[in-house]
Structures are given as structure tokens and as C-alpha cells.
Design a protein around this ligand. Structure first.
Ligand code: NAP
Length: 346
């Protein structure tokens, strides 16, 4: 039975989990809170693949280990029950004497799915599931898609004028959006495994595609797509320690499958309009971050080029929409809900 404090403590565990997003791939981001009689004893999260899971981190964070006896563990994803790079968390939970485990979402990985919960119950531990299930599942949308389809969750980002244009007059280096939006983009970059752009954006903007504001310890893989292969060898996207992959004349299926094989679970696409248009026409965008700036630039380069929908019934809708004011810019973000379409596998 879900208790009144369960949601509040799971929300805290979710905030812990979010700290790992972008760093844990190909593992999911997971957070945990240990509490007794409503008092928080410790918090923790999975920091990196190969390092301890959230359940172990929270036990490590306890000031005295015996106090875990009789406590409740809030964890955003069901605990694992198998030996991988680390031993099963179910064993550590049992050995610590935890009496109740409250779980957010079930692991879609068939290797784990529900198995850990059955094991905990067998050990006499009380298990409650489904607390903030939707929020906990959404946090790992990337991992969940990747584990089922082998492809990354695709996030399309654009900084655009009010009239839906990406471009500035040629030769102008100032950006469309304000500094608050730019910082937000860097925070988003820090949560993904790879960032992809089209070759024209390399030639026109010469971006670094690195995280330079906020925590900079995680730098995503950089990806450029080109048909001709004509890329300036001294482009900034090839400078620095982080790798850059070039896909020359490959289909989108190939690109996404290959990125999936490289354990990319969250892919950020930063344009330009041709690339966003093709991904849109192929039903490949999962999530959208559009930064609107109150300027008009006109011209013939829309944010999403391509062919476009043939009928309104085929137009995807943004769901779980969030609006965030960033001084005079507006960020609109949400997930794309595509009408049922046989071409869209996920
Ligand atoms: N405001 C923003 O957020 C933002 C973000 C990004 C870009 N931009 C602006 O957008 C403009 C560039 O956009 P754009 O639409 O002209 O170009 P783009 O989308 O950046 O790149 C187009 C190029 O990508 C390659 N390409 C296209 N389809 C491909 C496919 N199926 N497979 C492999 N490669 C493919 C081709 O490169 P090759 O010619 O080498 O074959 C093509 O010329 C720039 O002015 C830039 O400033 C703005």
C-alpha cells in the first residue's frame, strides 16, 4: 500500500536520479533515498556505468551502516538481481536489513523485468511498486527506447526566431537566442550521449559541440552527417579530446542503429533545418526543445525543412508540454506523439 510520504520521498529519489542522466549510459539513471519513520537517512544515485548502483551508493552514504536495519528504501527503478559489472542490489538490500522497498518504475530490460522484486518478496521484504511510475519511466525514456529498439531517443533542439527560422544573415556570428537559452542548451547537452548536426551547420557555424557551462566533466560524442564528405579539416568539431564520428551518405536507419551499437541512448540533434526536416519526415523525432526568440528574420530556411505532413491527421502533437521563460526567450519542450504510422517502429 502506498503511504502518504512515499510520493514525496520518491520525488527526492527522482531528483537524485536526474543527476546521473547522460553519465550512466548504457545504464539507466537511478536515484535512491533511505528513510526510517519518515526521516531521511541518506540519498544516492548511480553515477556512471561500472560504478555502484544507486542502492549501493545510498548505503555507502549512511553515516552508520546498522541504521539501515528496518528502514525503507525508495528507488526510482526496480533493483537488479543479476551479477553484471557489480553484484546484485537485491543481496545488498537483504544484507542491510532493509524491511520495505518502494519502487518507481519496472525495468523494461527483459533480463531484469520484475525479477528483483520477486526475489525481495521471497526474502520477506515488503515491496510497493508504481510510486511516481510515469515520472520515473519518463526520466529513462532514452534507456527504455534503446533497450527495446537498439536505437537512441532523439531530441531535436532549435533556437529559432518567432517566424520559425534558424538562420541569421550570412556572415553574422551573433546567436539568435539569449545567454539564458544558451546556458540551458549546455545543460541539455550534458544529459545526452551524443550530439548530431548536418555538414552545412559545420561549414556555416563551425560549432564546438561541447559542454562549456555547468558541469563539464561529461562531454558527449560529436556526430556529423554529410553526403559529399566536404568538411573543413580544421573545423572546431574535430578539435578537442572528445571523439567525432562522420557518417558519409548513410541512411538514417544505419546512423541510428550504429549509434545504438555505440551505446548512445540519448541523441541530441542540433540542426540545421535540412537534417531536422528529414528526421521529421521519417518520424524519427521523440522529443523537442524549441527556444523562441522575439525576433523576425524571414527568408526561406524554416526550422524544420523537408516535405512536411501530407494531411493534418498525420501531424504529431507535442505532449507533456512545458513552457519556460528565459528572460525574453521562451523554451517550449515536450514529447512528440506521432499518429499511428507503420513507418514508425517505436
Ligand atoms: N539556430 C539554430 O539552432 C541552428 C542550429 C543549427 C544550424 N543553424 C543554421 O542552419 C543553417 C544550416 O542548416 P541547413 O538546413 O542549411 O543545413 P544542415 O541541415 O546543417 O546540413 C545540411 C547538410 O547535411 C548533409 N546532409 C543532408 N541530408 C543528409 C543525409 N540524408 N545524409 C547525410 N548527409 C546529409 C549535407 O551535407 P553535404 O553538403 O556535406 O553533403 C547537407 O548539405 C546554418 O545557417 C546554421 O547557422 C541554426
Amino acid at each position: 500500500m502506498i503511504q502518504s510520504t512515499d510520493e514525496g520521498l520518491m520525488r527526492l529519489a527522482l531528483r537524485e536520479a536526474a543527476k546521473g542522466l547522460g553519465r550512466t549510459s548504457p545504464n539507466p539513471a537511478v536515484g535512491a533515498v533511505l528513510a526510517k519513520n519518515g526521516i531521511i537517512l541518506a540519498t544516492g544515485y548511480h553515477q556512471k556505468a561500472g560504478q555502484p548502483h544507486a542502492e549501493i551508493e545510498v548505503l555507502k552514504a549512511l553515516s552508520d551502516y546498522p541504521s539501515a536495519k528496518g528502514s525503507s528504501l525508495y528507488v526510482t527503478l526496480e533493483p537488479c538481481s543479476t551479477y553484471g559489472r557489480t553484484p546484485p542490489c537485491t543481496l545488498a538490500i537483504r544484507d542491510a536489513g532493509i524491511s520495505r522497498v518502494i519502487v518507481g518504475s519496472i525495468d523494461p530490460n527483459p533480463k531484469h523485468q520484475g525479477k528483483g522484486l520477486a526475489e525481495l518478496r521471497r526474502d520477506g521484504i515488503q515491496v510497493t511498486t508504481g510510486v511516481l511510475d510515469k515520472e520515473c519511466t519518463r526520466l529513462n525514456a532514452g534507456f527504455n527506447k534503446w533497450i527495446i529498439s537498439g536505437r537512441p531517443w532523439v531530441i531535436a533542439k532549435a533556437a529559432q526566431s518567432l517566424d520559425g527560422r534558424l538562420t541569421r544573415p550570412i556572415g553574422e556570428s551573433s546567436r539568435l537566442s539569449n545567454s539564458h537559452s544558451i546556458r540551458m542548451v549546455h545543460r541539455l547537452r550534458a544529459t545526452v550521449d551524443a550530439i548530431l548536426i548536418g555538414a552545412e551547420t559545420v561549414r556555416k557555424d563551425d560549432p564546438e559541440l561541447t559542454v562549456r557551462y555547468g558541469p563539464t566533466d561529461h562531454q558527449p560524442l560529436r556526430v556529423v552527417v554529410t553526403k559529399t564528405g566536404m568538411l573543413p579539416i580544421d573545423a572546431r568539431v574535430f578539435v578537442g579530446e572528445q571523439d567525432t564520428i562522420i557518417y558519409k551518405d548513410r541512411s538514417w536507419s544505419d546512423v541510428l542503429d550504429d549509434l545504438g551499437r555505440r551505446s548512445v541512448t540519448r541523441l541530441l540533434v542540433e540542426g540545421g533545418g535540412q537534417i531536422l526536416g528529414q528526421l521529421f519526415d521519417n518520424y524519427l523525432i521523440d522529443e523537442l526543445w524549441f527556444f523562441l526568440t522575439p525576433r523576425l528574420v524571414g527568408g526561406d530556411k524554416p526550422t524544420i525543412g523537408g516535405v512536411g505532413v501530407q494531411e493534418l491527421a498525420g501531424a504529431p502533437r507535442l505532449v507533456d508540454v512545458r513552457y519556460l521563460r528565459l528572460k525574453d526567450d521562451l523554451l517550449i519542450k515536450g514529447d512528440l506523439q506521432w499518429p499511428k504510422n507503420p513507418s514508425r517502429a517505436f
